[in-house]
Design a protein around this ligand. Structure first.
Ligand SMILES: CC(C)(COP(=O)(O)OP(=O)(O)OC[C@H]1O[C@@H](n2cnc3c(N)ncnc32)[C@H](O)[C@@H]1OP(=O)(O)O)[C@@H](O)C(=O)NCCC(=O)NCCS
Length: 171
């Protein structure tokens, strides 16, 4: 288990120290709750309650956990954040980063993203975010992600793709 070095000791939530550990099948229910709570804000941005992160079922999430990997942030036994990722060829694909609304703004999302990046030997990371999610875009850009302008977008509503070089290959 990894303890975030910047976490302050404290009692109760929010503000409790948290640990990061691998996502396991038994986390599915709690992860679904965190995901749905976190993505409600996104649904409001898009005036769309049918975002895939909100309509995903428990069975679908369990299947995803079986076939990919993830990391959860846990504080006092409660799952408060999650990220899922998959390495394909030489790219780490980061998906559905989510932090419980009452625990946002404490560095948990950033720590999960960093841990996902550190979990792979891939040389780059890729993710996508909604075109109206300005806060998410800035969050990723501050963490080294660059808008991939070469990926074709058929419509203004298409997701934006971002990439980050994790390590330079040998020339
Ligand atoms: C995006 C998300 C995962 C970030 O998680 P988080 O734990 O809030 O992230 P952090 O605390 O590490 O960083 C949040 C940033 O916003 C700032 N912030 C300040 N107050 C904040 C608040 N009340 N809430 C959120 N962020 C706040 C933080 O200081 C930090 O700034 P920085 O980028 O300069 O470091 C979280 O907002 C979330 O779950 N959003 C809904 C789901 C979603 O859109 N996921 C992304 C899909 S692409």
């Amino acid at each position: 288990m990894v303890r975030d070095p910047t976490a302050e000791p404290g009692e109760g939530e929010p503000g409790s120290p948290y640990v990061l550990r691998a996502l396991v099948l038994a986390d599915a229910g709690e992860v679904l709750t965190v995901q749905r709570a976190a993505f409600v804000a996104e649904a409001q941005h898009y005036d769309d309650p049918w975002l895939p992160a909100l309509t995903q079922t428990l069975a679908e999430l369990e299947q995803e956990i079986r076939t990919s990997s993830g990391i959860v942030a846990v504080t006092r036994g409660r799952v408060v954040g999650v990220v899922r990722m998959r390495t394909f060829v030489d790219t780490l694909y980061v998906n559905r980063l989510a932090v419980a609304p009452d625990c946002q703004g404490q560095g948990i999302g950033g720590a999960l993203l960093r841990a996902a990046e550190q979990s792979t030997t891939a040389s780059r990371a890729g993710l996508s975010t909604g075109p109206r999610s300005g806060a998410n875009l800035r969050f990723y850009q501050r963490r080294g992600y660059i808008l991939d302008t070469e990926s074709p977008r058929r419509a203004e509503t298409d997701y934006l793709r971002l990439t980050k070089v994790l390590r330079l290959g040998c020339a």
